[in-house]
Design a protein around this ligand. Structure first.
Ligand code: GLU
Length: 508
């Protein structure tokens, strides 16, 4: 068996969409599963769509989610360069070979002539207005001009493109690892441009040439490229590379959260969730697109979520580390049906990954986002995170939810005080704070037994005053484990907060 070589081949036309990250992930999983090679190729032949910063963004995003590149841009390798604009000269000879063997031709048509052709065909009611087997003999190209006319035009520097000469009537079939046998009639394919007038190849030519030269064994890419695949099959055949043609796997579409239609940035913006791995500021409009990273997602949670958008392990197990995904992954278990982009599921994965992290690791999220002027030891931050982690969805939630540890409440939730702040509560809290003030090193266990001793001696049920205690300490009616929170604050702080609540709330 040939060693697996896969490539992720984005175009640097903007931020890397999350669907692109999924494509990269599936390529990576197959490469790692088979001890193969993961290649990053930058397809930047369309200079009109080139966006500065996009390539660096792609590389940074892949690194953030933990997808390591073995060969490619930023890494080098035996097939360098891996940026298509730097391989420009190489493509020319293959286009020439196609011309020499009658499988491609020069086309000199101007924009106006092309437009006129489309209008003419429209006027005759033709549904087919493409440059193809049915129209090419009416156009200005090396099929209709004499050899000497062509040479003259070329010498005179007339702008031209090179087009593929698609067979007139033939069934083109390919086998896709996900979709099975795909058949397309050649009349459905137009004579695609292979080389543009600026001397750059188009995506189709550069993609096929590079996949061949880079010895790619599997092309795993989004479903939107499926219509191009028959054309690529023709190119492999015309270039004599049919035997080396990679296996194709076209991934299912990502659908809107409600499953109706293709996921779009508009939907994401409207619902307020990110669609890009990292924040991206568009260099021309300055518009900010939010990233999963900056929105408080952990990279391994995002990867786990993305892995399940189109693939499943065939078991009930849902939590998979990257190395477990590598073990479990097979292309055969990728489905055809569109995958619903359920952001709530992404949040669920994030919660699971946050919960599974050690308190010491989580402390960093708190320490880096504490409000100015607040200091906290790493040890205390870890304890706070330990108390909060069951209740947190995003990494920034730690800082928000930890606020009460650093700031005594100035207001008390009225829903709670109106129901729970009564004589019994006042009696218990008065006695409780007195007992607590004699304790130096308060533990959660001590806080609990002391409270029970006080309520028992006063003949009041602990359950009835617990919310009053919580509101006096945190200002809120609900929150993390109260006894553990009190241990973290220390008895002095707890006593002072109860004191303050007793004097503030008594007046209400
Ligand atoms: N450059 C194409 C893209 O931007 C790559 C498609 C392919 O993988 O063949 O998605």
């Amino acid at each position: 068996m040939q060693p697996v070589r896969v490539r992720f081949a984005p175009s640097p036309t903007g931020a890397l969409h999350i669907g692109g990250v999924r494509t990269a992930l599936y390529n990576y999983l197959l490469a790692k599963k088979t001890n193969g090679t993961m290649i990053l190729r930058i397809e930047d032949t369309d200079q009109t769509r080139f966006v500065p910063g996009a390539e660096a963004y792609i590389i940074k995003s892949l690194a953030w989610v933990g997808i390591k590149i073995d060969e490619g841009v930023g890494q080098g390798g035996p097939h360098a360069p891996y940026r298509q604009s730097e391989r420009k000269l190489l493509y020319k000879q293959y286009a020439q070979k196609l011309i020499d063997e009658g499988n491609a031709y020069y086309a000199f048509d101007t924009e106006e002539e092309l437009e006129a052709m489309r209008n003419r065909l429209k006027a005759t009611g033709s549904s087919h207005q493409q440059y193809s087997a049915t129209t090419r003999m009416m156009m200005d190209n090396s099929l209709t001009l004499s050899e000497s006319e062509v040479q003259q035009k070329l010498k005179a520097g007339y702008p031209y493109v090179i087009r593929l000469k698609v067979p007139e009537s033939e069934e083109i079939s390919l086998s896709d690892l996900i979709r099975g046998e795909v058949n397309v009639h050649s009349s459905q394919i137009d004579d695609k441009v292979l080389m543009k007038s600026d001397g750059m190849p188009t995506y189709h030519l550069a993609n096929v040439v590079d996949d061949y030269l880079m010895r790619i064994t599997h092309v795993i890419r989004g479903e939107e490229w499926l219509p191009s695949a028959p054309l690529h099959v023709l190119l492999y055949r015309f270039l004599g590379w049919e035997k080396q043609m990679p296996q194709f796997a076209h991934l299912p579409l990502l659908l809107k959260p409600d499953g109706n239609g293709k996921l779009s940035k508009r939907d994401a913006d409207k619902a307020g969730f990110p669609l890009f791995p990292l924040n991206w500021v568009d260099p021309t409009t300055n518009e900010l697109s939010k990233g999963f990273c900056e929105s408080g997602y952990l990279p391994d949670a995002l990867i786990n979520f993305l892995a399940f958008l189109g693939w499943n392990p065939g078991t009930e197990k849902e939590i998979f580390s990257l190395s477990e995904l590598i073990d479990a992954f097979t292309v055969e278990r990728i489905g055809k049906a569109g995958a619903r982009f359920d952001i709530l599921k992404a949040q669920w994965f994030n919660q699971q990954y946050i919960k599974a992290k050690s308190n010491t690791d989580l402390a960093a999220f708190l320490l880096t986002s504490l409000p100015q002027g607040i200091t906290c030891s790493a040890e205390k931050a870890a304890k706070i995170c330990g108390v909060l982690k069951e209740r947190v969805t995003f990494t920034h939630d730690f800082a928000t939810q930890a606020r009460f540890f650093f700031e005594a409440p100035t207001e008390y939730d009225q829903h709670v005080t109106s129901k729970k702040w009564n004589d019994d509560a006042i009696r218990v809290l008065t006695a409780y704070k007195q007992t607590l003030s004699s304790i130096k090193e308060l533990t959660a266990e001590m806080a609990k037994t002391t409270l029970e001793d006080v309520t028992t001696s006063l003949g009041i049920s602990t359950g009835k005053i617990l919310q009053a205690l919580r509101v006096s300490i945190t200002g809120a009616g609900s929150g993390p484990d109260l006894m553990l929170s009190m241990e973290i604050m220390g008895s002095e702080e707890v006593v002072s907060r109860i004191d303050r609540a007793l004097s503030t709330l008594k007046k209400v």
